[in-house]
Design a protein around this ligand. Structure first.
Ligand SMILES: NC(=O)c1ccc[n+]([C@@H]2O[C@H](COP(=O)([O-])OP(=O)(O)OC[C@H]3O[C@@H](n4cnc5c(N)ncnc54)[C@H](O)[C@@H]3O)[C@@H](O)[C@H]2O)c1
Length: 378
């Protein structure tokens, strides 16, 4: 099987997911080149142990990402590091001519995102994408297909959200994602927002105005060493935006990103309400696809078990269930197909889409601070 030689910058949570999905490539039925992990980079040597145990053939081990950028036998680099490092590392990868799969939010703020986009525009021919895996759940793929087929009719409103609850535990020690200097001023919105925007943006639901209410509920957290640390990021952000459907009709689109959401372990959801039909999906109930059937003047919500109907065919039987690790693998496979110039039914978040995400997030913070409705200027 043909392989694509990858370097991984960052050896944390997401890098391990990437490596695990790559290792079970036999899962996919389509003949797609398999990612081969040729080099890894982290300043924390202990983080390499898991990789060395499971991927003993890794050639480069380094604390300096420049070593992977310079390695001639690495084609693509996946970068999964804290947000304050995105601009420096992403621009270096892009300017080297290697392909980049970069984690969201693709820059700690709008300035950093502009720097990344500048490098991208100044390096013609490079292939760059940003991660976002939840759209690859089969129910979401069905919603996308239904919208493209015009099944919903005129859109009434759209709700998209990503919600967590582990921060409800006030004794949970702080990590870099709760500190503005590493995570960015957008707080939860920067960390979770792109996940909520991927499907709407691809469907052409481009937000034009935003009114945001953001909450910084928890001001300090245990520092994990017996002391207390400042927790200065927004915990929750609720955005009311206006968007238009493909016929130019305006509708309200609500985007929720919440870290303090009781009961939500990792709830990603999308709801599309239309005049002819409505549909919704929540990762709380990942096998369910819910949609309305009209009975004359009334609408009944129907729920079907969607099963394993993946965008890229896989060995799993259609009666089984699809999960987070499958979504990650579908996303990586879609990335590779796009990188090789093949069209996929639903592609990854593009650099241009990250620009729009940052415009929306920047306008949201301004809206919240000034209590104003802000225009979103791409
Ligand atoms: N797609 C998703 O579902 C998802 C989920 C969680 C996080 N993320 C994103 O992934 C990225 C990383 O998050 P994570 O949860 O894996 O974080 P993590 O804290 O688990 O891992 C971060 C890694 O970066 C490494 N690192 C720190 N400084 C570095 C440097 N100078 N050079 C190289 N490596 C360095 C750390 O040692 C660690 O290995 C972030 O952008 C985050 O927003 C995405």
């Amino acid at each position: 099987m043909k392989k694509i030689r990858f370097g991984l910058v960052g050896c944390g949570l997401m890098a391990r997911e990437f490596a695990s999905a790559s290792a079970r490539w036999c899962h996919l039925m389509k003949d797609i080149p398999q990612p081969e992990i040729v080099g890894i980079c982290t300043p924390v040597p202990a983080e390499m142990d898991w990789f060395n145990k499971h991927f003993p053939d890794i050639k480069y081990h380094t604390a300096d990402y420049r070593d992977l950028v310079a390695a001639e036998d690495i084609e693509v680099i996946y970068v999964a590091v804290p947000h304050n490092l995105h601009a420096e590392i992403y621009t270096a990868v892009i300017r080297s001519g290697k392909a980049l799969l970069g984690e969201k939010p693709f820059g700690i703020d709008k300035k950093a995102n502009d720097e990344i986009l500048k490098a991208y525009e100044e390096t013609p021919g490079t292939f760059v994408r940003c991660t976002s895996e939840f759209p690859y759940f089969p129910a979401v793929q069905t919603m996308i297909k239904w919208y493209n087929e015009g099944k919903f009719g005129r859109i009434i409103n759209v709700n998209a959200g990503f919600e967590h609850s582990s921060d409800m535990d006030l004794n949970k020690p702080i990590n870099w994602k709760r500190m503005v200097c590493f995570n960015g001023e957008y707080g939860c919105l920067g960390d979770l927002g792109i996940h909520t925007m991927h499907v709407p943006f691809k469907l052409g639901f481009i937000p034009q105005r935003v009114y945001a209410v953001m909450s910084d509920i928890v001001k300090t957290r245990p520092d994990g060493k017996g002391g207390t640390a400042i927790c200065d990021t927004y915990d929750n952000a609720i955005l009311m935006t206006t968007a238009t459907d493909k016929d130019g009709n305006e509708f309200p689109m609500q985007i929720n990103t919440r870290r303090m959401c009781p009961g939500a372990t990792n709830r990603w959801y999308l709801e599309i309400y239309g005049l002819d039909c409505s549909a919704k999906f929540s990762s709380d109930d990942p096998n369910a696809f819910c949609y309305t059937a009209s009975w004359g003047k009334e609408q009944a919500w129907s729920r079907i078990n969607i099963g394993y109907k993946s965008m890229i065919p896989a060995i799993t039987g259609g009666i089984f269930e699809f999960g987070f690790t499958d979504a990650i693998q579908q996303m990586i496979a879609a990335f590779i197909l796009e990188y090789l110039g093949e069209e996929v039914p639903f592609g990854l978040f593009t650099p241009e889409e990250t620009r729009l995400a940052h415009s929306l997030q920047t306008a949201a913070v301004k809206s919240h601070k000034n209590q104003t409705v802000e225009e979103i200027i791409p």
